[in-house]
Design a protein around this ligand. Structure first.
Ligand code: NAD
Length: 324
């Protein structure tokens, strides 16, 4: 018993010796970064929304990078539509809309991020893709720039580790600047942003992320770097269960959505919500939850995988549980 107490005490001492956020050795990292230019990688539904809200609320120029020119064109067309709607509903003036639009600077080259102070990655939820983007960002971005990810479920510690030079786990100069700013969909409407630190994240990185999200008019909440964090750890098994109910005939799609909408006062049912999120994104998140925890309760529904195989990805592909 006494040896157990002794070992418990020494564990506490070891833990209390770990500084709260001490990973950066760079003096430039001790103060929060003054964000004068944002970079966004990925101009899909999340990246475009983040870029537009940053231009409107934080009023910073935004370098918007996408590897696909058609995706950039589609994103900017959508930004024009959103701004037109805001003007027509008198939420903003035409001058404000024009100002925000001019702040969006589209490009297909990652090298244009070399003067960004804060970069948010919003490419598809594929671990190897995120890793290659962060490895590139560590080389291209200025040495003070915060490197944020919009991942829905992938470990921030793992993403941060992809910035360290091969085999050098002690060089945390880039890894300490990695953090998650998990915006919710649709970004112009949802106020919440989930902020997650990896093991390597410095306190000034965390402070800068929280401060910048506030400048964007958002309400940050913090969660631990655990699979799915908070939002998707709770939301995705709910959506997955609705899909299992559909595949096992417990209810028709309209009944599943109607009972949740009319019975729990949510704005849309789980199947329609899956269509809006992207069915491929839902599968990717369930795979991370299942793979990282090994817990059978997170097994992706067979029908979820089939929809992805069919290319029925929801609203963005024109067909999901409903037609668009
Ligand atoms: P999306 O498919 O709509 O957009 C992804 C964009 O990334 C596309 O425009 C694609 O062309 C671009 N892209 C792909 N590879 C690239 C590369 N190498 N370099 C630059 N651009 C590249 O996806 P999304 O729904 O916007 O999701 C993006 C991220 O946000 C994912 O990690 C997702 O899990 C997360 N997220 C999504 C939602 C949601 O409801 N959809 C909510 C919160 C978080």
């Amino acid at each position: 018993m006494s040896s157990l107490l002794r070992s418990t005490r020494s564990t506490v001492n070891i833990l209390s010796n770990i500084p709260r956020r001490s990973m950066s050795s760079s003096p430039a990292m001790s103060a929060p970064v003054d964000v004068k230019r944002l970079g966004v990688v990925g101009a899909g539904q999340m990246g475009l929304g983040i870029a537009l809200v940053a231009a409107q609320k934080a009023q910073v120029p935004v370098t918007l990078v996408d590897s696909s020119q058609p995706s950039l064109d589609k994103g900017l067309k959508f930004a024009d539509k959103l701004l037109e709607k805001d003007v027509s509903k008198s939420r903003i003036s035409q001058v404000e809309a024009d100002q925000a639009r001019q702040l969006l600077e589209p490009t297909t080259s990652m090298f244009d991020l070399s003067n960004a102070d804060f970069i948010i990655e919003a490419v598809p939820e594929i671990p190897s893709l995120k890793a290659s983007i962060f490895s590139e960002l560590a080389k291209i971005a200025p040495s003070h720039a915060i490197l944020a990810t919009n991942t829905s479920s992938i470990s921030i510690t793992k993403i941060a580790a992809s910035t360290t030079p091969e085999g050098n786990t002690t060089d945390l100069s880039a890894a300490s600047r990695v953090v998650s700013t998990h915006f919710m969909n649709p970004v112009p409407i949802q106020k919440g942003v989930e902020i997650i630190s990896g093991l390597q994240t410095s306190q000034s990185t965390l402070d800068t992320a929280i401060e910048f999200c506030k400048r964007m008019g958002k309400i940050p909440s913090q969660s631990a770097d655990s699979p799915g964090f908070l939002a998707n750890r709770i939301l995705m098994p709910y959506i997955n269960e609705a899909i299992i109910c559909l595949e096992t005939g417990v209810g028709k799609k309209e009944d599943i959505d109607n009972i949740m909408k009319n019975g729990t006062n949510v704005p849309m049912g789980p199947l329609q919500l899956a269509d809006f999120i992207g069915i491929d994104t839902c599968l990717a998140i369930m795979e991370v939850l299942h793979g990282e925890t090994g817990d059978g309760k997170y097994r992706p529904a067979v029908l979820l995988r089939k929809y992805v195989d069919a290319g029925w990805l929801g609203k963005k592909s024109g067909k999901g549980f409903y037609d668009y």
